[in-house]
Design a protein around this ligand. Sequence first.
Ligand code: NDP
Length: 331
Amino acid sequence: IQTILLKNRPKGKPSTSDFELINEDIDESLKNGQILLETTFISVDPYLRGRMRDEKSYVPPFELNKPVSSGIIAKVVDSKNDKFSIDDYVSGRLDWKTHQISNGEGLLKVDAQKAPLSAYLGILGMTGLTAYCGLTQIGKPKAGETLVVSGAAGAVGSVVGQIGKILGLTVIGIAGSDEKIDLLKSKFGFDQGINYNTTDDMKTALSIAAPNGVDIYFDNVGGPISEAILFHINTFARIINCGAISVYNDTELPKSISVQPFLIKNSALMQGFIVSNYEDTFPEAMKQLSEWLAKEKLTYSETIVNGFENTPKAFINLFDGKNKGKMVVEV
Ligand code: NDP
């Protein structure tokens, strides 16, 4: 079997040399309660960058020379556990290994007949839950309001924008290429898009795109893009701090403007968000997302990278915007 270890704590942008692929033997004889899993799809996510630093956070850091782990879909290839049968598919946080033994704890069965397996890592997994819970629980959208989404053509952002449209909002997306801006409008129904890589003056671009100001900002990127939005927020605006990918590789403390005056003068709310703290909303979110998907009110994009050995590269490519929608590795 093959395993990918974290070799070094990346300095700045991660590189493939921060990871190591090793071949190992696995004892396939199972004890009672155990299952043998064969990895099918691996989710690569920006938040994994945080776990590569040796610092306290909402999840413990990865250990050096130990496997990296993330959301994985795997096939049960042998079972001594009554809850799982051979040929079941499961999803859960598992190691970057081609095969592994589990006691089944924390694993959910997923139905390959109901949706493509990779969707359980995206729109029917953490991505969809993040978009739904963040937007509804902190954003508290009201029809007619204006929503701005950064990282808009990514996994979370593309779902946030579509939910915004379903709920009757005007939706403006910010993304890094003209191709992505076209996708936002043609596939995901966004009203407008701004390519931050070709826009010198984000403040002016936003005043044109959002003439009535911004009521909700779903922030996936942080940094200068998010600062520009502060100049346009309306009274009682809600800002969801979901992610800050633009600063995840920073090696020095960023020089940023003070957010307080913007929040004060607009009685605005800015709230940090971690999806795992919103478990109470998961049943409603899953029901609603599945329903919208079945009715084709929601759609999704995926960038599928082939080959287990390409998992580190797929992860690194998130920081270069190489993905449209959810980045997954097919093993
Ligand atoms: P995405 O699919 O959005 O992939 C990352 C995208 O970020 C890239 O495609 C790229 O798009 C954009 N990006 C990369 N570097 C920069 C930069 N310097 N400035 C602006 N944009 C950049 O990933 P996810 O949807 O999985 O995650 C989106 C955000 O949500 C991340 O910040 C992530 O950490 C966060 N998140 C938070 C969760 C929570 O519970 N709080 C849960 C899940 C995700 P482009 O071409 O447009 O630059």
